[in-house]
Design a protein around this ligand. Structure first.
Ligand code: NI
Length: 661
């Protein structure tokens, strides 16, 4: 069976053949029934220590992780399949019927059955008819199966449920989110395939019927004054790709992809005068949650954990239709598995290209006429996931000066609420007649398994503070940087602070930099609000990671996700708050830095029908990592395609480049 492992590196994602083999081996060994589905199939990744052995020439096993769930009874098993031995290395039943419960993510195959289950329920039919829906309307009604949250009710405990909300549509291309059916929520048990609870508000709010569509046919008149803008790379790109390995401008890394996280960056390192220095062992976004701040029936339970309850990788867009990037693009096709364990290719799931990014550095010395300027270029590695109404882009940027950035792009359609005539929406902003958008927050968590120069890493926290008047501050102008070493895990949960410019530095104290200090990278976090739900609320218990911006843990292979392994219909308490309770030492250790960041969203008319992109994210900047600005050796090239607009306007065909050549 060794032949199926035709890949070159232990971190390469499972191939189509390996996915098929893993499923076949497990099915045969456990005599799985035809009702078993596979919500997750991925590589069981080797650890840092495994890879160190691999570099010494030791052969590693090739392992697949499979989550196998029987949809006839909900029984769920975690399996590890050894692909080289063709054996099942472990097969463990999950106690999902016991507190604190939890469920595998919602699968696409379940989405299809939910609509039929809801629309055939007589209580749901009666409830929507009270709101003016006719028998002719029902086939066109859009049913959104939303991960349910958890409130301790009997039909939630240990059950595989979703809550379904409904939208009227005038035709199949109509934007249902403009027409929410307010006050009707069906709770669907996905194992029993029945509606186990139907909420029908006493207050009847009519369905808003004003059309708010976004298809191009809705905007036949487009603006006419937009001229073409082309990015031309006549000599090709500056990066090289070898399988899943990428090199660009001194950077090197491996691309990975998992069903839950989507894009993963492995073994990110940077060249320093001919020496490749490790920076991050593994980087990904392991969770995002969107808690809503409306206490009414359609909304109070909404808190989608888009990674853990659906899977950002599973819902990644295949960018076959063209992506939003300009220039020369390298796409990665990703081998994946459907719910039945059938392998398939996610075509163009990851996009990589270069972008011009304005000025990297510049100086003009008037005394001697030296004028030097260099433009900045960045490498962009990205993917987009559509999770129901929202669309999220995840863009990793690498810069020529050693900077690393992650930017999340939020777009798509907001959740909506119907508002009665003459009333105004209490729980968010009005976006159109009779249509409100509930206030909500989006939280992401990036997991950064650090590896600054290999070996033990330490995280320190820094605040800028004024120095009191005194002999060492006679003019009152001095201020200090206060430093705190995060020694144990419970020292680490912390908030960004705009007032003190708080930042964190991940450093390797076992190595000395050019000025005698520990080389490091600085994490620049945005001081945006953390989760504002009450600490005792179930959403705050389930999404506790979003209560702090920063957490640091000692690496443990089992601690992969900010919200824990199975946040779906989970009672809470798992993930980062539980991990740090162990209070392990994190000074000069194998540390994982977890950063929660987000966007707090009060809806407004400009968000509809499709919201222009909102941005959030963070930056890691070299901080005493290099001995100098590593981008001084960029060539002083002149962009000969730049044209002085005044010369062109005057018809001068000898228009000169703006850089004077
Ligand atoms: Ni939003």
């Amino acid at each position: 069976m060794d032949a199926i492992v035709a890949l070159t590196h232990p971190l390469d994602p499972l191939s189509l053949e390996e996915i098929a083999a893993a499923v076949a081996i497990l099915k045969a060994a456990q005599a799985l029934s035809a009702t078993v589905r596979f919500p997750i199939i991925r590589l069981k990744e080797p650890t840092k220590a495994d890879l160190a052995s691999f570099r010494q020439g030791i052969c590693l096993p090739r392992l697949a992780f499979l989550l196998a769930m029987d949809i006839s009874n909900g029984e769920t098993f975690e399996a590890i399949v050894d692909l080289k031995q063709s054996t099942v290395a472990s097969y463990v039943r999950l106690p999902l019927d016991e507190m604190p419960f939890g469920q595998p993510p919602v699968m696409l195959c379940e989405f299809e059955t939910i609509e039929g289950t809801v629309k055939s329920d007589p209580r749901w039919i009666a409830a929507v008819k009270k709101r003016g829906i006719t028998d002719e309307d029902i086939p066109l009604i859009q049913i959104d199966p939303f991960s349910s949250g958890y409130f301790g009710r009997e039909f939630e405990q240990g059950k595989r449920i979703v809550r379904a909300v409904s939208y009227w549509r005038g035709d199949i291309r109509d934007n249902g989110y403009a027409h929410p059916i307010e006050g009707v929520v069906a709770v669907v048990d996905l194992i029993a395939n029945e509606v186990v609870d139907l909420h029908d508000d006493e207050k009847i709010i009519p369905v808003p019927k004003k059309k708010r569509n976004y298809g191009r046919e809705s905007f036949p008149e487009t603006r006419a004054d937009l001229k073409p803008l082309h990015i031309v790379q006549p000599e090709g790109t500056s990066f090289s790709v070898d399988g899943w390995k990428v090199e660009w401008q001194g950077w090197s890394f491996r691309v990975g992809f998992t069903p839950r996280e989507g894009l993963v960056i492995h073994e990110l390192g940077v060249d320093d005068q001919g020496r490749q220095r490790p920076v991050i062992f593994r980087a990904s976004v392991t969770e995002m949650v969107v808690p809503y701040a409306d206490p009414t029936a359609n909304h109070y339970w909404k808190s989608a954990f888009d990674a853990g309850e659906y899977g950002l990788g599973r819902l990644a867009n295949c960018l076959e239709l063209g992506c939003d990037c300009l220039g020369q693009i390298h796409y990665f096709d990703v081998p994946a598995a459907d719910d039945f364990g059938q392998p398939f290719v996610m075509k163009n799931a990851i996009c990589m290209h270069e972008e011009d990014y304005g000025i990297l550095w510049k100086h003009y010395e008037f005394r001697n006429g030296i004028f030097e300027v260099r433009r900045s270029r960045r490498l962009v590695i990205s993917f987009f996931a559509t999770v129901g109404n929202y669309d999220y882009g995840f863009y990793w940027y690498l810069y020529q000066d050693g900077t690393i950035q992650l930017e999340a792009k939020l777009t798509g359609i907001i959740q909506t609420a119907a508002v009665a005539n003459g009333e105004t929406y209490r729980w968010g902003g009005m976006v159109d007649d009779n249509l409100g958008g509930p206030t909500h927050q989006h939280f992401f968590n990036a997991r950064l398994h650090m590896d600054i120069d290999g070996g033990g890493n330490t995280v320190t926290e820094h605040d800028f503070v004024p120095r009191p008047w005194g002999e060492d501050n006679p003019y009152g102008n001095v201020f200090d940087t206060k430093t705190r070493v995060l020694k144990r895990e419970l020292d680490s949960p912390s908030l960004a602070n705009g007032e003190t410019g708080r930042y964190w530095r991940i450093q390797n104290a076992n190595v000395t930099n050019s000025v005698g200090k520990a080389p490091g990278y600085k994490l620049v976090a945005m001081p945006s609000p953390v989760m504002l739900a009450q600490p005792e609320s179930t959403v705050a218990q389930r999404g506790g990671f979003a209560k702090k911006h920063i957490w640091v843990t000692a690496f443990d292979e089992k601690e992969k996700y900010a919200s824990g392994d199975y946040p779906n219909v989970h009672a809470g308490g798992d993930g980062l708050p539980a991990y740090v309770k162990q209070n392990r030492p994190i000074e000069n250790a194998d540390v994982v830095v977890w950063h929660s960041f987000g966007h707090t969203h009060v809806c407004k008319p400009e968000d509809f029908p499709i919201m222009p992109v909102e941005y959030t994210g963070f930056t890691l900047k070299p901080n005493g990592f290099f001995a100098s600005n590593i981008a001084m050796d960029l060539p002083p090239e002149v962009n000969r395609h730049s044209i002085d607009n005044r010369l062109e306007a005057s018809g001068d065909k000898l228009a000169q480049s703006c850089c004077g050549k």
